[in-house]
Design a protein around this ligand. Structure first.
Ligand SMILES: Nc1ncnc2c1ncn2[C@@H]1O[C@H](COP(=O)(O)OP(=O)(O)OP(=O)(O)O)[C@@H](O)[C@H]1O
Ligand SMILES: [Mg+2]
Length: 613
């Protein structure tokens, strides 16, 4: 996923082997595998995190994750962002506490827990470092059929990732960057006509009145509130699942977060903070850093899967390619790795296709879209129903693969998903539930169900948590517990009001307040982000440009793609060429052999007219 894309920018992480990379370790992420816990380090890892173990810190250690440490636990976790797992100040603090717990004003139990955690962490760090030394220094130029060869059946993404991490850590030429998002008072609206009707002879005259009103600026379009008072935080390294029935505003929310606001308006008072990056800068200068992957797959249908992904890889190639390989080799290698990871290697030379052009299957096309987006290596990713057309096993693998990029590289991901299987839901950290444009819950996925049960609803035994949460928005599908019939909210506004008054919301508000202080606009994190971006961009590119390549490199790349398209489908171009050639002959014959006298004056004018027009 993006994890691999970002490795190109030197975003090293020593913790790969202890993390979810293993989810793709046995082959490609989308290959069906057994569900034994040991085969599935991502969910195992995630399960450990969710039960409060210290695995969280171990997995996010190497990127500069920017989750503000709000609780003692989180502070402990953040200590592990440093490669040896201990920050300078924490080194003193943590170890002192371990050595002389009785001198501290904390209970023996707490001290013991801290000591255990420190020992566990040190043990993990040592294990990681020893395992890490066993992987090859570079994933490039590996032997054929080795675990680093994406074209071989022996390819192991896990080993590849570890090797790439090692290479990037050794070279350390492009610092990594992370992003997250905090939003509050987020209101979005659109405009629609107040009434619309089928026009006929009888009512067409009303249209004239409408046109006159419009001409004089008297016609007021009807305002449609799409999102009302949304608030929440997605830290770097976290995954948010966006749940809601069709039409509730899921896509609008994701588009707003990524700045794709064409067609609707974000209210001026809305507050968005991308870990210190103001929204206008994020959407203008760092457009490629917050990506929205739309529900529909739009590709050039005649291009092959390999060419489509090559373009994506080359468009984001960093200035300093690691491993001493050329840009082309780097892009081809990444392309192959992504194809192997997503299980589409066999479609390499097949057309992508669309509804009219026969190409790869729908599920494969979806994976091409996912791979293309993932190749961008964007630190903030929004996926709009990207599991559409995938079966449930592949949907789960998709979420796990997104999980990898969040855990290893500190990316933040917001994913709208319908009919999410329980295993996919469990991969997420936070959930946002939408009901006709209102936010009716935002918080940890582990608490969402309890929140609605406490409110008075019953989760049917066989319903998944995601289905239960979505069922809250449908009077026919939600079940009220005995004794709560008159107490539960019914309308979207009532649900929103209960959310506003809830302790969960109060906690979120507090967290939002501290987020503002930790990540002030254009603060330290912003500077680090800009530095990292600049290190990735081509030498001749402005930092204000959202593009990685220089102008000439972009022209070159687009020409290459244009040529590939021409090669793939020359019919139209050649038909036009032939048509123009025939027309030239016809016109030429009309004006052939004109006399060299003033008698041909007007005819010559006509020739010039044809040539120009
Ligand atoms: N520009 C706009 N002007 C007016 N109404 C809009 C506009 N954009 C979206 N809407 C309305 O806002 C609501 C939410 O739209 P959105 O596309 O976000 O829904 P969604 O939750 O993604 O639905 P689906 O699951 O079907 O894709 C819909 O009722 C839609 O008609
Ligand atoms: Mg949608």
């Amino acid at each position: 996923m993006a994890l691999v894309g970002n490795f190109g920018f030197g975003n090293g992480d020593r913790t790969a082997e202890t993390t979810g990379v293993g989810a793709i370790g046995g082959g490609n992420a989308f290959a069906r595998r057994g569900s034994r816990p040991q085969d599935d380090p991502v969910s195992e890892q995630h399960a450990r995190e969710r039960t409060g173990s210290f695995a969280w810190s171990a997995t996010r250690g190497s990127v500069q994750s920017n989750r503000p440490p709000s609780s003692p636990d989180q502070k402990r976790q953040q200590a592990n962002y440093f490669s040896n797992g201990i920050t300078p100040q924490n080194e003193k603090e943590g170890l002192e506490k371990f050595e002389s717990p009785d001198t501290k004003a904390e209970s023996d139990e707490d001290a013991q827990a801290r000591a255990d955690a420190t020992i566990t962490e040190l043990a993990k760090t040592l294990t990681r470092q020893s395992t890490y030394t066993n992987v090859p220094d570079s994933p490039f130029g590996a032997d054929a059929d080795s675990p680093l060869d994406p074209n071989s059946k022996n390819f192991r993404p896990r080993t590849w990732v570890k090797s790439m991490i090692k290479l990037n850590e050794t070279e350390n030429r492009t610092p990594g960057r992370t992003a997250g998002i905090a939003f509050r008072d987020l209101n979005v609206h659109g405009y629609g006509a107040a009434t619309d009707y089928q026009k006929d002879v009888g009512n067409i005259w009303f249209e004239v009145v409408g046109m006159v009103k419009k001409a004089f600026g008297l016609a007021k379009p009807r305002r449609i509130d799409i999102l009302r008072n949304f608030e929440g935080i997605v830290h770097s390294g976290e995954m948010l699942v966006v749940l809601g029935p069709p039409g509730s505003g899921c896509s609008t929310f994701l588009k707003t977060i990524t700045g794709e606001t064409h067609g609707f308006v974000v209210d001026e008072g809305s507050y968005l903070n991308y870990q210190g990056i103001p929204p206008e800068k994020m959407h203008k200068y760092f457009r490629g850093e917050a990506i929205y992957t739309a529900e529909v797959d739009v590709h050039f249908p005649m291009m092959t899967v390999a060419d489509t992904l090559s373009f994506a890889a080359r468009a984001r190639a960093p200035k300093n390619i690691p491993g001493g390989v050329s840009k082309q080799e780097w892009a081809d290698h990444l392309r192959d790795v992504f194809m192997a990871t997503f299980g589409i290697s066999h479609t390499k030379n097949t057309k992508v296709g669309n509804d009219y052009v026969r190409g790869v299957s729908g599920g494969e096309r979806k994976r091409v879209t996912i791979a293309e987006a993932a190749l961008s290596g964007a630190p903030l990713q929004c996926w709009d129903n990207s599991t559409r057309g995938l079966d449930s096993a592949n949907a789960i693998e998709f979420t796990k693969t997104v999980r990898l990029s969040t855990e290893l590289l500190g990316a933040a991901a917001c994913v709208a998903i319908y009919q999410a299987p329980q295993a996919a839901y469990d991969v997420f950290d936070k959930a946002l539930v939408l009901y006709e444009g209102r936010q009716i819950f935002f918080g940890p996925t582990t608490e969402a169900k309890a929140y609605f049960v406490r409110m008075g609803f019953r989760c049917p035994d066989r319903a998944t948590t995601a289905d239960f949460l979505t069922s809250m928005t449908s009077p026919q599908e939600r079940f009220v517990r005995d004794g709560f019939k008159d107490k539960v909210p019914r309308t979207p506004d009532e649900f929103a009001a209960v959310w506003k008054a809830s302790p969960e919301r109060a906690a979120l508000t507090k967290e939002l307040d501290s987020y503002d202080k930790t990540f002030p606009y254009e603060g330290e994190h912003y500077n680090r982000f800009v530095e990292s971006r600049q290190a990735q961009q081509s030498k001749h590119q402005r930092i204000k440009s959202p593009y990685t390549l220089s102008y000439s490199q972009q022209v070159n790349l687009c020409l290459w793609r244009g040529f590939q398209r021409l090669k793939a489908d020359p019919t139209l171009t050649f038909t036009q060429l032939f048509g123009n050639f025939a027309m030239a002959l016809v016109l030429g014959s009309v004006f052939f052999n004109m006399p060299d006298t003033t008698g041909s004056f007007f005819t010559r004018g006509a020739v010039i007219f044809f040539a120009v027009s």
